[in-house]
Write a protein that binds this ligand. Structure first.
Ligand code: AN7
Length: 359
C-alpha cells in the first residue's frame, strides 16, 4: 500500500501546536479542506472582491470541530484521561464522539433536548457516546458540564479547552497557504465564539512567523435571536433556526470582541430569513451545501455588500474575502426539505412526467 501523505492537522502544523513526540496523535485526517472560489458571490460585490468559501463541511465528521477535537482528544490521551465530556448544539458532540471512539475512551455529551439537528444526533449516537438530552438550552448544558468536569476526573472538550482553540487555528494557516497571504476580510458565524478566537490567533501567529504579510478584518455574524455580543448582554432564551449557533452566553465572548477590535472588524447579526435566503443562494448558485449556521457567513456577506462595505479598496487590487462554511448541509436535512418543498409525487407514467418537466 502506498503511504498516505496527508495525516491531519497535527502532523501538518505540529511546529505551531503544543504537541511533542510523546503525544499520541488521534486523527481522522481532518483539515486540508477546499477553499472554493465563489463566482456568483464575487460578481455580487460588483467585482470589487474575490470571494472564497472555506468548506469545513468536508472534514471527517462534517464540521470544523474536528480540527480542535484531534488536538483535545490527543492531549487528553497524553494525559491518560479515560473520559471526556462536552455540551453541544450538535457538531461538537458529533466530533467528540468520533474522536473518543477512535481513541477508545468514553464520551459523554449534554445536548439541549429537541434542539439539535438530526444528522448530528445520529453521529453522537452511532459513535457510542453517552448522549443526555437535557431540559434546558446550550448555555445551561455548558454550565453543568463545567461543574461536573470540576468535580470528577473528566476532561472538558468544549472550546474552553485551550487545545481546541490551538487545533482550530490551523484553518487560518490553510487559508494563508492557499492564497499566498492572509485575505483582506474573513466572515464567519459566531456562536460560543471559540472559532473566531482560534482563527484570529492563527492569523497573528502566521504573520509573526513571516508566513503572511497582513491580517484580515474579522467579520463575525450571530443570528438575530441569539446575538448577545451584538446586543451587549446575554440572551436568556436564544432562538434561531440555525441551531448550531443558538447560544445566549458565549464562553469566549471577550476574546471574540478582542478579535473584532484588534482586526478592525465587526460582529453583527442576521435574521433567520436572511440566513435561509443565503442558504438557498449558496446551494443553488454556487453548488455548495452548508448548514444554516454556516449560511450566516453568506447572509453577513450579502448584508455588507448591500451596505457597500467592500467598496473602499485604495489600490486596484481586488479584495479577497473568505467566508467560513463551518458545517455540512447534510447535518440538517430536515431544514433543507422544509426550506424548499418535498418532491411532488407522480404516477410512474412517461407522458405525465414529460408534461410536468415542461416539454
Ligand atoms: C456549524 O457544536 O457550539 O463560535 O456545540 O456548529 O466557535 O461556537 C457549534 C458551533 C458555527 C459557532 N457553525 O462556532 C457546538 C457548537 C457551526 C457550529 C458554530 C458552531 P463557535
Amino acid at each position: 500500500m502506498r503511504e498516505q501523505t496527508y495525516k491531519g492537522i497535527i502532523q501538518k502544523y505540529k511546529k505551531f501546536l503544543p504537541v511533542s513526540d510523546k503525544t499520541p496523535v488521534i486523527t481522522l485526517n481532518e483539515g486540508n479542506t477546499p477553499l472554493i472560489y465563489a463566482g456568483y458571490l464575487s460578481k455580487l460585490t460588483g467585482d470589487n472582491a474575490e470571494v472564497y468559501l472555506k468548506y469545513e463541511g468536508a472534514n471527517p465528521t462534517g464540521s470544523f470541530k474536528d480540527r480542535g477535537m484531534t488536538m483535545a482528544i490527543s492531549k487528553a490521551c497524553e494525559e491518560k484521561a479515560q473520559v471526556v465530556m462536552c455540551a453541544s448544539t450538535g457538531n461538537t458532540s458529533a466530533s467528540a464522539a468520533a474522536y473518543a471512539a477512535r481513541a477508545g475512551i468514553k464520551c459523554i455529551v449534554l445536548i439541549p433536548s429537541g434542539a439539535i439537528a438530526l444528522g448530528k444526533l445520529s453521529q453522537a449516537l452511532i459513535h457510542g457516546a453517552k448522549v443526555l438530552a437535557i431540559e434546558g438550552n446550550f448555555d445551561v448544558a455548558l454550565d453543568l458540564v463545567k461543574e461536573i468536569t470540576k468535580l470528577y476526573p473528566i476532561v472538558l472538550v468544549n472550546s474552553l479547552n485551550p487545545y481546541r482553540i490551538e487545533g482550530q487555528k490551523t484553518g487560518s494557516f490553510e487559508i494563508c497557504d492557499y492564497l499566498g497571504d492572509a485575505p483582506d476580510f474573513q466572515i464567519m458565524p459566531v456562536g460560543n465564539a471559540g472559532n473566531i478566537t482560534a482563527y484570529w490567533k492563527g492569523y497573528k501567529e502566521y504573520q509573526a512567523q513571516g508566513l503572511s504579510t497582513k491580517l484580515p478584518a474579522m467579520l463575525g455574524f450571530q443570528a438575530e435571536g441569539a446575538a448577545p455580543i451584538v446586543r451587549g448582554k446575554p440572551v436568556k432564551d436564544p432562538e434561531t433556526i440555525a441551531t448550531a449557533i443558538r447560544i445566549g452566553n458565549p464562553a469566549s465572548w471577550k476574546s471574540a470582541e478582542l478579535a473584532r477590535d484588534e482586526s478592525g472588524g465587526l460582529i453583527d447579526m442576521v435574521s433567520d430569513e436572511q440566513i435561509l435566503e443565503a442558504y438557498k443562494i449558496l446551494a443553488e448558485k454556487e453548488g455548495v451545501f452548508a448548514e444554516p449556521a454556516s449560511a450566516a457567513s453568506i447572509a453577513g456577506l450579502l448584508k455588507l455588500i448591500d451596505k457597500q462595505y467592500f467598496k473602499k479598496s485604495k489600490t486596484n487590487n481586488k479584495f479577497k474575502i473568505v467566508c467560513i462554511l463551518t458545517g455540512h448541509g447534510l447535518k440538517d436535512p430536515e431544514r433543507a426539505i422544509k426550506t424548499i418543498q418535498a418532491p411532488k409525487v407522480m404516477p410512474a407514467d412517461l407522458k405525465t412526467i414529460i408534461k410536468e418537466i415542461g416539454y
